[in-house]
Design a protein around this ligand. Structure first.
Ligand code: CA
Length: 235
């Protein structure tokens, strides 16, 4: 059963909401000021918060802001006045939605369902596997721009990383200087294509020379080729 925390200092409204939500099949927690609302949210880990904006002790905005340090629980703000800046601030502080008082209970229930569904879709989304490009002892973690050789992190500049990434994506195939220029520096790069050779030299130093392996091969009058053979390691 989904649990909803109502943080509302007007007890009549809190009680009304509680009855409606229990009737809808939710389990309900209540708090009547901002501070105890924040504490209850942190301790009880509800599935959704209905958070009044104007609260004693801590404002709804402040509760929202503090809660967002550690929690991504859906938050629907209740605003008494039709004040755009309050709503904007609430949304900026991480609220998911707001309802202006006085509201029709059906509207609030609909928004609760939407927020819960969004949350469910997100929770059920399969964890995206880290994108890793790997060839022999060389590994590129594409999300974190981390290069590793034999499990050890190697510090590469952005251009070095991009150059290596392109070579590894075309593992075993010759890549021309023009391809690398276009891919790494962009079509509108104005400059010497020798820059590619310079970066290849940096990469060879950081990877091949340092780790005594051979991965970046020169293909005469064409460009470069990335490959790794176990028996080349002793070269
Ligand atoms: Ca209030």
């Amino acid at each position: 059963m989904a649990r909803i925390l109502i943080v509302e200092d007007e007890k009549k409204i809190a009680r009304f909401l509680e009855l409606e939500l229990v009737h809808e099949g939710y389990e309900v927690l209540t708090a009547f000021d901002g501070r105890s609302g924040l504490e209850t949210a942190l301790e009880q880990d509800p599935d959704l918060l209905i958070l009044d904006l104007m609260l004693p002790e801590l404002s709804g905005i402040e509760v929202c802001r503090r809660l967002r340090h550690t929690s991504d629980v859906p938050i629907i703000m209740l605003t008494a006045k039709d004040d755009v800046s309050d709503k904007v601030m609430g949304l900026d502080m991480g609220a998911d939605d707001y309802v202006t008082k006085p509201f029709a209970i059906e509207e609030l229930l609909a928004r609760i369902r939407v927020a819960m569904k969004k949350r469910r879709v997100r929770d059920e989304a399969p964890e995206k596997p880290a994108e890793v490009l790997s060839c022999g002892p060389v590994t590129l973690e594409l999300d974190s721009w981390q290069a590793k050789v034999k499990g050890e992190p190697v510090a590469l500049t952005k251009k070095e990383f991009d150059t290596l990434k392109y070579l590894m994506e075309h593992e075993g195939k010759a890549v021309t200087r023009d391809q690398l220029m276009n891919e790494v520096w962009g079509y509108d790069y104005i400059g010497d294509s020798n820059i590619v050779d310079v970066y290849i030299r940096y990469l060879r130093h950081k990877i091949d020379d340092t780790y005594r392996i051979k991965t970046i091969h020169t293909i005469r009058s064409v460009g470069y080729l990335f490959s790794y053979e176990e028996d080349e390691a002793s070269e």
